[in-house]
Design a protein around this ligand. Sequence first.
Ligand code: ADP
Ligand code: MG
Length: 254
Amino acid sequence: MSQSPSPLVPGKTAIVAKGLVKRFKTGRTYIEVLKSVDFDALHGDVTMVMGPSGSGKSTLVACLSGLLRPDGGRVKAMDQDLWSLPSGRIDKFRLDNCGFIFQGFNLFPALTALQQVTTVLKYQGYDVAEARRMAMVSLDEVGLGHRVNQRPSELSGGEKQRVAIARALAKQPRLLFADEPTSALDGENGQIVTRLLQRAAKEHGAAVICVTHDHRMESFADRVIHIEDGRILDDRRVTSQPAPAAADRPLIGA
Ligand code: ADP
Ligand code: MG
């Protein structure tokens, strides 16, 4: 199977949410974690969602990406009304469109860097040779072409997060969700990881939605959204319009 994603147009809306509400039951009461949140993100943008611990950032990302069903509101992503789809189609939406990067890397302990990436690609339907080729390209792009046979225990924190990024980007996701991707990293590795996220937006046209309370990342954002206690307090564009993507030069693969 080979994928030929349609070119992503910088500045085009990738995802829009209206009136998102999410409640969790704690004991006998419900706490409202998202209180009618409106949100949108554009292709070619790094959109940072910042806010204190417990403000609802991870919950928002989960509701936007089809991982957690909201109790109210709607999400339109890649022109699909996400939460009106049957659950199998939501899974397929995630597989086809979304890449994920988490604070704790979420790598499989027993697999090499190469296998981390090929496993996901094979699950997506690529044959072994194609998956291997794409994984090598992707690992090369994050500067780990020489570390493909290492397992997580043999990699530094920064390298582990770069493997996770290679895995997320190998299939050229239209939406890239990163939840505190630099929290476990030192300054230098945090900056490498942030630059890779920025490249995914600028060179590939992905909509990068990055949750963080790491203020070092702010200077890489096109837009900064502040959330507190389940509400958006501030939404500020810090660059002009998204830069045009180099359509003839995809970030990963060909
Ligand atoms: P953030 O990512 O900004 O730190 P979260 O979205 O993880 O915040 O959590 C927001 C609030 O929702 C917190 O008070 C948290 O304890 C609560 N919460 C998150 N997930 C659950 C859950 N599955 N069950 C109950 N409460 C939850
Ligand atoms: Mg969180």
